[in-house]
Design a protein around this ligand. Structure first.
Ligand SMILES: Nc1nc2c(ncn2[C@@H]2O[C@H](COP(=O)(O)OP(=O)(O)OP(=O)(O)O)[C@@H](O)[C@H]2O)c(=O)[nH]1
Length: 849
């Protein structure tokens, strides 16, 4: 039984999710298209359930079978089983091939499993993988050859490259400045990564081309996330290809692509190999679709053509994908390019197995006759030739025409991609000076494909295909026999190299790319980690300080507001009280006589109220000044702690006390009445004083002798006489009343202010005027001061929240970087280890060294 390992079957699983995020079914489950011999190219990724979660072990699983580290001799060669579609199991006799196949297969499986287990795609989601910016290089023909391999899987083995080429990477920048282009092309800007390294990124090289912008410029101009997403696509492609390679290694079929210039004799050459005229030959170009010739045993022994409809994916068991037609229709089919994309031609090769190419007893061979190359088709054929199913490319060139431009372009690419490239120089019978022709063609081959030239004995053949079937000219047949034997040798004997070589190259290239990516990203993660650590070392104390400062500053603000308001209240109260107390002491209303005393009283009342109102306004002005300095103090706190983050609002003191003006005049009634004109208190005092004097004199006369007081009266009565005394009493009383009246009238000017002030004070006291106003003023001050205080608090809040977010982000990012750093460190180590194992296997020697 062949050994298969599909990650979906693994029993253990690790903490991380798989690279591919996909369940990877066995080829048969995945709906691989039937390429005749049960070929194994997956139709597309639709065949995979991309969402299905698949357990995979975090580390390399222990594969059943021999260990890669053990010598290959110790590997029991796994007997191969036929794939679906094969008639019988193929018994591979070539031990060396089996050995090599086994080793590379295991290495491939391990690398696949390794790549899957790396969760690289998942890592790419959480930590967008950094891709190096590359420098523009002017392409030389050979460089162009290399760069054309960006997308492919058959690049040469670059295992011998030294590790010194890895230098600290440069992170792909996201800003693209077109003006910088000229400077870039002039003096190379400092790069942390050498252009050579970037050139050597091949499997994971991104195909960036928009207009005239180079890859370098695009890597610079694209967002890191966009690059990561492009890379994600590359990783998915790579996984798909790895699976396809693994299946290809398992596949016992070999495909030989015959291509070349128009009318070079490709179809004739194929017919010569089959020793039978199967494919249409014509003097004018006729083959316009790919024709694959296979052993008819695969098709239940029926010889026929399956003309595959355009856009359909061939399935031999589904007749909707093709039209089954007899072999004789082939001439029509090969030109029906609008209807068919390609054709599968099932033919009987009844020759003995040592002669038959299709039935050789070793591997199932399919021969593919490609349309002639021209400028339009060269790319299509190049893509076709690049398929991993193609083991050997036979390039047919007409000895008369040599290599055309399209031929050279194709060969440059193919020579780089395929382990073996056969060049068949056909129509050699038409050449007169054969030696000269041979020399000229070999010179050209030396330029185009040095490796083919070096092996030209086996790989370059000068033949006349049209003479083979006829068998007229034995010399010409000898040439062809040599070619056939070399071809059989490569396809059958050296299959290990022709078939496993691409797998080895691909694995090494992929591992090298992974190693490079790992190195770059480990470095980037390490540097980001250092930066984040120092950010956090700066942010944490800043955050703690900010929290402390917020509490202290908030208290300072409250204290500032409280102090200002209390001072304002006290000052207002003092000033207003003083004014009220002294309101009757400043007389400014002129006295215009008793007759105008009412007017005098009215004006005096008005003046008094005005004085009190003015004192309130002055208290408000003083409060404004205090508020200005309070606002200033709070702003100073804000600027000191928050610096430019503090938004200082414009304060307009004149807007204060606008709404609640003191309306004293409206509130104080203070009506005048008759008593306001006389100060009875004072009259009573005067009367009281005279009474006291009287009583005093009476008392003192009593003390000093009542007899003298009586004596005095008697003496006066005696002098004036009793009658006269009676007569004097009435005028005296009238005089007294008059004097009293006079006194009262003359006291009006003094009495009015006094009485009014008393009355006003009483009313103001009743309405608690002083307190009400002082409180109103201080409340307004508090209201105003709260604005900057709130501004300051919210500034602090914002600052703290900003610092908190930064701190949390930095902590989160630090965690991601730590994971990435560790992850890429492991990836780097394991990529190198795996590359070492694969590299040690020598396909020529068929063993591990
Ligand atoms: N003299 C000579 N003629 C040949 C040889 N091989 C092929 N031809 C002739 O060259 C012509 C073209 O041969 P094809 O095999 O159709 O060429 P092709 O490359 O398949 O043509 P397209 O695929 O249509 O481009 C035919 O007339 C062949 O008979 C040869 O070795 N010598």
């Amino acid at each position: 039984m062949s050994q298969r390992y599909y990650p979906a079957e693994s029993s253990s699983r690790g903490a991380r999710r798989p690279f591919a995020r996909a369940a990877i079914p066995a080829p048969s489950e995945a709906g691989f298209s039937d390429s005749g011999y049960g070929g194994s190219i997956a139709d597309d990724m639709r065949n995979f359930d991309l969402n299905e979660d698949m357990p995979t072990p975090p580390r390399l699983p222990v594969l059943p079978g021999p260990s890669l580290d053990a010598p290959p001799n110790a590997h029991p060669a796994a007997p191969l089983q036929s794939k679906p579609g094969c008639l019988e199991p193929v018994d591979l006799q070539d031990d060396r091939h089996i050995e090599g196949r086994s080793v590379i297969k295991l290495a491939s499986e391990r690398t696949l499993t390794f790549a899957i287990n790396q969760d690289l795609q998942e890592m790419n989601q959480t930590w967008p993988i950094h891709y190096p910016a590359v420098q523009r290089l002017e392409p030389s023909p050979m460089r162009r050859m290399q760069s054309s391999t960006a997308d492919d899987f058959f690049t040469p083995d670059t295992s011998s490259h030294t590790r010194e080429r890895f230098k600290p990477p440069r992170r792909a920048l996201t800003n693209f400045d077109p003006s910088a282009r000229s400077s870039r092309s002039g003096t190379p800007e400092p790069r942390l990564m050498s252009p050579q390294i970037a050139q050597e990124f091949n499997i994971l090289k991104l195909d960036l081309r928009i207009g005239s912008l180079s890859q370098n410029e695009l890597v610079h101009s694209l967002e890191k996330e966009s690059i990561a997403s492009l890379l994600d696509g590359k990783l998915a492609q790579s996984i798909k290809h790895l699976m396809s390679l693994r299946d290809r290694i398992e596949d016992t079929a070999s495909k030989v692509l015959v291509t070349g210039d128009l009318n070079a004799g490709k179809s004739t050459f194929c017919n010569a190999l089959l020793r039978r005229k199967v494919l249409p030959e014509d003097q004018q170009p006729c083959t316009e679709i790919f024709c694959e010739v296979l052993d008819c045993r695969i098709n239940s022994g029926v010889e026929e053509v399956h003309a595959i409809y355009k856009g359909a994916t061939y399935d031999r068991l589904d007749e909707r994908t093709y039209e089954a037609r007899p072999l004789k229709d082939l001439e029509d089919i090969v030109i029906e390019v609008d209807k068919y994309s390609s054709a599968k031609i099932y033919v009987e090769d009844s020759r003995p197995i040592e002669q038959s190419l299709l039935r050789n007893g070793v591997v199932d061979i399919a021969l593919i006759d490609a349309p002639g190359l021209n400028m339009d088709s060269v790319q299509t054929t190049a893509v076709f030739a690049r398929q991993e199913e193609i083991d050997v490319v036979v390039f047919v060139v007409s000895a008369e025409n040599h290599f055309t431009l399209s031929a050279k372009e194709f060969l440059w690419n193919a020579a780089n991609e395929k382990a073996y490239l056969f060049i068949v120089v056909n129509r050699f019978d038409n050449i007169r000076d054969k030696v000269r022709c041979q020399r000229m063609i070999l010179e050209q081959i030396a330029n185009i494909s040095p490796s083919t030239f070096n092996d030209s004995q086996d790989l370059v053949h000068f033949v006349s295909s049209n003479a083979v079937i006829d068998g007229k000219d034995p010399d010409k047949n000898n040439d062809f026999d040599n070619l056939e034997s070399s071809l059989r040798g490569f396809v059958l004997d050296k299959r290990a190299r022709s078939k496993l070589g691409p797998a080895k190259s691909y694995l090494l290239n992929l591992l090298q790319d992974l190693e490079q990516l790992a190195l770059i990203n480990q470095n980037v993660a390490g540097r980001e980690l250092d930066a984040l650590r120092s950010d956090l070392a700066r942010l944490t104390p800043k955050y703690d300080e900010s929290v402390k400062a917020r509490i202290a500053v908030s208290d300072d603000c409250d204290r500032q507001i409280e102090d200002t308001c209390n001072t304002v209240y006290r000052n207002s109260r003092r000033e207003i009280s003083r004014t009220i107390d002294e309101v009757d002491q400043q007389q400014t209303v002129p006295w215009r006589g008793v007759l105008s005393s009412f007017q005098f009283a009215e004006e005096t009342r008005k003046v008094m109220l005005e004085m009190i109102t003015r004192s309130v306004v002055e208290a408000e002005d003083a409060a404004r000044r205090s508020t200005v300095s309070g606002v200033g103090a709070i702003n100073a706190l804000g600027l000191m702690h928050l610096k430019q983050e503090y938004v200082e609002r414009t304060f307009r003191p004149d807007f204060m006390f606008r709404k609640k003006r003191d309306a004293l005049g409206r509130h104080i009634q203070t009506r005048l009445d008759a008593f306001d004109f006389f100060d009875f208190d004072r009259q009573e005092k005067v009367a009281g004083m005279s009474l006291s004097l009287t009583l005093f004199s009476v008392a003192s006369s009593r003390m000093f002798g009542i007899s003298s007081w009586v004596d005095g009266i008697v003496q006066a009565t005696n002098i004036v006489g009793i009658r006269n005394t009676k007569r004097l009493i009435i005028p005296a009383i009238i005089f007294g009343i008059g004097a009293a009246a006079y006194y009262l009238v003359s006291d009006v000017q003094r009495a009015i202010p006094k009485k009014l002030a008393k009355k006003i004070k009483r009313e103001l006291a009743e309405m608690d005027y002083v307190h009400q106003n002082s409180e109103r003023i201080s409340k307004e001050v508090r209201k105003v001061l709260r604005f900057p205080a709130e501004e300051l608090r919210s500034g602090f809040q914002k600052n703290i929240e900003g610092l908190k977010i930064k701190k949390e982000e930095a902590t989160k990012r630090k965690g991601e970087c730590e994971v990435a750093n560790k992850y890429f460190g492991n990836l780097l180590r394991e990529s190198r280890e795996h590359a070492g194992v694969v590299r040690r296997y020598d396909l020529e020697a068929g063993s591990n060294h």
